[in-house]
Design a binder for this molecule. Structure first.
Ligand code: HEM
Length: 425
């Protein structure tokens, strides 16, 4: 069903629309059930969540990420989620504002007017630095973080999402070897950092400190390998989608002078020339809505997969054990029945009254239910701050050949990156 090339997104949309927000598609020896109608999405992610485990794509990440949150299931997942949650709830996220502003300011200080920057790469670095501080407290930055550069690992994981790609990953090609080496380096760095902290007596309110202090039901500490799995998972999950979100957002925004003007007015007024703080970040409403609207049109998690662990029902559909189920923010977020004039970029769709008028699962860039993105709050604050600080400092112009084309890999990335020309404001 899914070709390696060609427009998978258009096919997915056409299939879902033909059958009113649900479809059953042949996929080798099994079926893929596609649900995009909000109530069916809710059933898949929330009501019947117990009948499903993570989809095959995320299951494939276990080779590198072991029992980290993304790929684990059942009791391991529930326990790990409980342990990690405090590092990502509202108050904790508020505590990261200064750090995000600092890392963004440092990155922007290197942008020269007249140069072309790949904003996807730039944001990856910011997000990586932020994750490093969340994980290890202040300290290592850039490539010096214990997790190192995970780009080759991400590339490898993306290849594992197609059958042809999976065969390719069994061959010792330069790409595969590079990914394995990067993964091994990253793992060794993370394990050494954990061991160092343990030798120093644990402690610390950062993630490593929390994970080292955590115990299971029997009061036993978590195995070091599991702690490493979790940290690597967060590093990988915390960079790629934030970088893609900002790439789409900056492109969409800077194509629209009126939106840029409104964002500047807001940033100038709310921040008064200062760095964003816990207090002022809440005033960046327009920036936040632009990020939300960009994630509507270009949801980084364009599809979220599940595998049925037993026979179940979703709406009137009988879903057999072992079937793959997909819900697709890409399809739902562009449904004209839910989003009038769906291709129009309109941040006001996220004004509170408009939000209340829509079904909950008309919009789910962060998924839903027990596996909702644990980093959603952090990602929103990061993206809002970066957007506000960029528009305040610069004018950007898309420098690619033609508009960016969405490439649906594990996340929805702009094909060829996000090159933008930096101009003075
Ligand atoms: C705009 C940025 C982001 C988007 C769009 C996004 C999207 C998602 C989605 C849709 C899921 C659910 C996957 C599923 O149900 O199978 C998810 C899960 C997850 N995300 Fe994010 N994410 C973002 C940023 C982050 C950040 C910054 C972090 C790190 C702190 C993170 C860590 C995770 C983890 C660990 C999970 C697995 C949660 C679980 O299964 O309990 N994400 N993300």
């Amino acid at each position: 069903m899914f070709p390696t090339h060609g427009d998978r997104l258009a096919r997915l949309t056409a299939a879902a629309r033909r059958h009113g927000g649900a479809a059953r598609l042949p996929h080798g020896p099994v079926w893929i059930y596609l649900f995009t109608e909000p109530e069916l999405v809710r059933e898949t992610l929330v009501t019947r969540a117990g009948d499903f485990t993570v989809g095959r794509k995320l299951a494939a990440t276990r080779e590198f990420l072991g029992d980290g949150l993304l790929g684990s299931g059942g009791e391991t997942h529930r326990r790990q989620r409980r342990v990690l949650q405090p590092a990502f709830h509202g108050e904790a996220v508020a505590g990261y504002v200064a750090l995000i502003a600092d890392r963004t300011e440092r990155a922007l200080a290197g942008w020269r007017v007249g140069s072309v920057r790949d904003v996807r790469e730039e944001v990856t670095w910011i997000a990586r630095d932020v994750m490093a501080s969340v994980a290890w407290g202040e300290g290592p930055r850039g490539e010096d973080t214990p997790a190192g550069d995970l780009a080759p690992v991400m590339e490898y994981l993306e290849r594992t999402t197609t059958p042809a790609g999976r065969i390719g990953t069994r061959l010792p090609t330069p790409g595969v070897l590079r990914a394995r080496a990067a993964a091994a380096r990253s793992r060794a760095g993370v394990e050494a950092a954990i061991a160092r902290r343990r030798r120093d007596g644990g402690g610390g309110s950062d993630l490593v400190g929390m994970l080292l202090a955590a115990t299971d039901e029997a009061g036993r500490p978590l195995p070091e390998a599991l702690i490493a799995d979790e940290l690597q998972t967060l590093f990988l999950a915390g960079q790629e989608s934030v970088a893609n979100t900002l790439s789409w957002t900056l492109w969409l925004v800077f194509e629209r002078p009126a939106v840029v003007a409104a964002l500047r007015e807001e940033a100038d007024h709310a921040l008064a020339g200062m760095r964003p703080t816990t207090e002022t970040v809440g005033r960046l409403r327009m920036a936040r809505r632009c990020v939300q609207e960009a994630m509507r049109l270009y949801p980084p998690a364009w599809a979220v997969g599940r595998t049925a662990v037993r026979r179940t029902r979703v709406g009137t559909w009988d879903v057999p054990r072992g079937a793959n189920v997909l819900v697709s923010p890409w399809v739902t977020h562009r449904d004209p029945a839910l989003w009038p004039d769906p291709l129009l970029f309109d941040p006001d769709r996220f004004a509170p009254a408009a939000e209340r008028a829509r079904p909950r699962f008309a919009y789910y860039p962060f998924g839903g239910g027990a596996r909702t993105c644990i980093g959603a709050g952090l990602a929103m604050v990061e993206a809002t701050i970066i957007l506000a600080m960029v528009v305040r400092a610069f004018d950007l112009r898309w420098a690619g050949d033609g508009p960016p084309r969405p490439n649906p890999q594990i996340t929805l990335r702009p094909e060829g990156g996000a090159p933008m020309l930096v101009r003075s404001r």
